[in-house]
Design a protein around this ligand. Structure first.
Ligand SMILES: CSC[C@H]1O[C@H](OP(=O)(O)O)[C@H](O)[C@@H]1O
Length: 363
């Protein structure tokens, strides 16, 4: 997407390294960061310099390529994959990208593995851009239908950041909003701030401001009230891992929005590319690993001071124990539909197998 008229991807090759947007500095500073080694890539994922399931996967693929420069042996591939896989456990795109790139590398001569790995990472990145653009096209039809039916602005609620900053470009949940907005469909977005990392308030708001999309930032706890008062026409969220049965794992708090949507008969969609589907799982609540992040993310907040600097302050009573699960799972029964690069389907085995027949399980 564009920043001050300049087109950007969230990650791109930069000589013998890769450059990413440092998302920990947004929205108050737009800074680029060079990743020149496996460890640089691993730290960037773990500390959320880069975040968002598809972007995590692409960064891991480039991290594997950077690792090949140092050690392109079979053991080097395994060690690099283990290091990158250990950074964050929930987004399936990480494992998916590493498995895909490693399979290509095992078939390549050792001397060609660095070049081969960079080429595969670039292919994964390009595919992500095309998948997300297609998600936007399919999802925009839903928004256009709602706007036409009500003869007015379609109000979308979204949670966390599933925009172009969470992918290589376009985004997943925000892609339909960009496509609809650019096509002249009147769209307004309620942006959940999304405690504790505030990806909504910091990143989604930054994106929508940059693209000129009307939006309103709200406290996480306001969404249910707005849905009760018919202020929300549809919810669209992203996903870090969706099971073959349509259970949707996403940022903590998504499940609560889905419950409020279900209770108020507000359509609730998850937008995700093929690389976010875990075909090996059926019961997401039971089987998807939920990342537990550092307590400091809950006890402290970092933001801009009145004089334009940065500061971190404590917001929780000292000494109180803290829990910080980073994701939750919305059961398929609460999901109206899944918006993918191949179209929109029901959140079910049948729905997903209909879009991905090559994944249909033997009866
Ligand atoms: C398009 S994936 C976006 C997804 O990733 C976010 O998690 P995190 O910021 O911790 O990487 C969140 O769950 C978003 O919905």
């Amino acid at each position: 997407m564009k920043i001050d008229g300049q087109p950007y991807r969230t990650i791109f090759p930069d000589g013998d390294a890769v450059t990413v947007i440092d998302q920990t500095r947004l929205p108050f500073a737009f800074e680029l960061k060079r990743l020149a080694s496996l460890d640089d890539a691993a730290v960037a994922i773990r500390t959320m310099v880069v975040r968002g399931a598809p972007l995590i996967g692409v960064t891991a693929a480039y991290g594997l390529a950077l690792a090949m420069r140092a050690d392109a042996s079979e053991a080097g591939i395994e060690r690099a994959c283990a290091t990158l896989a250990a950074t964050r456990p929930t987004a399936i795109n990480l494992r998916w990208a590493l498995d895909r790139a490693a399979a290509v590398l095992h078939r390549a001569p050792e001397a060609e593995r660095e070049k081969t790995a960079f080429a595969e990472a670039a292919r994964i990145a390009d595919e992500d851009v095309e998948s997300c653009r297609s998600i936007g096209e399919h999802g925009a039809k839903i928004l256009a239908e709602i706007a036409a039916k009500k003869s007015g602005t379609v109000n979308v609620l979204t949670h966390c950041n599933a925009g172009w900053l969470a992918t290589v470009d376009w985004g997943t949940a925000l892609a339909p909003i960009y496509v609809a907005h650019d096509a002249g469909v009147p769209v307004h977005v309620y942006v959940d701030e999304t405690r504790p990392r505030n990806q909504g308030a910091a990143l989604t708001a930054f994106e929508l401001n940059a693209h000129g999309v009307p939006h309103t930032v709200i406290a996480d706890n306001a969404g249910g009230h707005l849905m009760q008062h018919r202020a929300v026409d549809v919810c669209i969220v992203g996903s870090d891992r969706t099971t073959a049965s349509g259970d949707v794992c996403n940022k903590i708090g998504t499940y609560l929005k889905a419950l409020a949507a279900f209770d108020n008969r507000v359509p609730f969609y998850a937008a995700l590319p093929f690389s976010t589907i875990d075909w090996t799982l059926d019961d997401g609540v039971r089987d998807i690993p939920i990342e537990e992040r550092d307590a400091r993310e809950v006890t402290h907040l970092t933001g801009r001071t009145e004089d334009g600097g940065f500061a971190t302050v404590q917001v929780v009573s000292p000494g109180s124990p803290v829990a910080n699960p980073a994701f939750d799972v919305t059961p398929a029964r609460l999901v109206t539909g899944i918006i993918t690069e191949r179209g929109v389907c029901a959140a079910s085995h049948e729905g997903l197998a209909g879009l991905y027949p090559e994944r249909r399980r033997a009866a």
